[in-house]
Design a protein around this ligand. Structure first.
Ligand code: 5AD
Length: 330
């Protein structure tokens, strides 16, 4: 049994790395693994699927992540940023439909910590919701200001646990990213991390280390999705991540972190994996709540959903299709 093997070896990282890598190396459909992950998910969350609304409020970014379609070196793309009041209004409306709102952007220093604090405070004053930030690397003091203003959670993926690969993709060190995690923890944020499957030169051992890093950090949330090659980035022409392998990594994450919030990531949805993910351990869905005019511009990877469906309708449609699957949306 995969599950009991993992539990038995939890304290012996070396064994665990090779055991996990071994599971991942097979191309076969691993029904046993998926059934176990689904069972553990149901033990912890019953049939519930948690829906979050995500607002992508700016595509300006100072970072140069080589996989990402809005990185600073993309000179030809149209940039946008929402004005603070528009973002507040949009977030309040979103929170009336989805109880958790995620504010995501590129690393845009236009929004100072004080501005973010004001935005967070206004949203929290107007509506009862959980607020997640996903705005990248900032200083301890900046994170602290945002926490004090009422932000509950912070999502910042480690992207890959391999220091060499991390540096190749980002031109900076993994340590810097991990130090953000430490700061956020210290400040009492609920922490979300995550990584991509199928990055160039990534191995199954690296994926095993990615999983163990989540475990070590005891994250409350982890976004695990396939790498999707963007034609205008330096990674043009690289192979996309394998959806089946992504589902296996997701299922292993569920076994390692039984109570962790695991979304069916949008990158996996692009590849038609949402339904599957919900039966391989995922318990969260993120729904786009970005104003229509900006959806196509938040082009971090191709194939993302830019459909113009009002969020109330989008929610009703999702509730319906979840209930057809025997699942219950929260
Ligand atoms: N393929 C898949 N995921 C990507 N992301 C960025 N670019 C890509 C890509 N080409 C993910 C990263 C980032 C999140 C906002 O989007 O994991 O953390």
């Amino acid at each position: 049994m995969v599950h009991s093997f993992i539990q038995k070896n939890m304290n012996e990282d070396k064994n665990l790395i090779s055991a996990i890598a071994n599971i991942l190396s097979s191309d076969e459909y691993n029904e046993e693994l998926f059934l176990q992950a689904d069972k553990v998910k149901r033990e912890n969350f019953a049939n519930n699927i948690y829906i979050r609304g995500i607002i992508e409020f700016s595509n300006y970014c100072r970072q140069s992540c080589s996989y990402c379609g809005i990185n600073v070196k993309m000179r030809d793309i149209k940039r946008y940023r929402m004005q603070p009041q528009d973002l507040i209004d949009c977030a309040v409306k979103t929170a009336q439909v989805y109880k958790t709102v995620i504010l995501q952007s590129g690393e845009d220093t236009f929004y100072t910590a004080e501005m973010m604090a004001n935005i967070i405070g206004e949203i929290k004053n107007n509506v009862d919701c959980a607020l997640t930030l996903s705005i990248g690397e900032r200083t301890f003091d900046e994170y602290s200001i945002m926490k004090k203003a009422g932000a509950d959670r912070f999502l910042i993926k480690h992207e890959t646990a391999d220091a060499v690969l991390y540096e190749k993709l980002h031109g900076k060190s993994l340590e810097e990213r991990l130090s953000c995690h430490k700061m956020l923890r210290e400040l009492g944020f609920e922490l979300g991390s995550g990584f991509m499957i199928g990055l160039p030169s990534q191995t199954d051992e690296i994926l095993a280390k990615d999983l163990l890093l989540l475990k070590e950090m005891e994250v409350e949330m982890a976004g695990i999705g396939p790498f999707i090659s963007h034609s205008k980035t330096p990674l043009v022409g690289e192979k996309n991540g394998d959806p089946n392998k992504t589902l296996k990594v997701l299922a292993l994450a569920r076994l390692l972190l039984p109570k962790c919030n695991l979304p069916s990531t949008t990158a996996l949805n692009v590849m038609g994996g949402m339904k599957n993910a919900l039966f391989c351990g995922a318990n969260v869905i993120m729904q786009k709540a970005t104003p229509f005019e900006y959806r196509a511009l938040y082009d971090i990877y191709p194939g993302r959903d830019a459909k113009e469906i009002p969020i109330e309708e989008q929610r009703a449609e999702l509730d319906r299709s979840l209930s057809e699957m025997g699942l219950h949306s929260v």
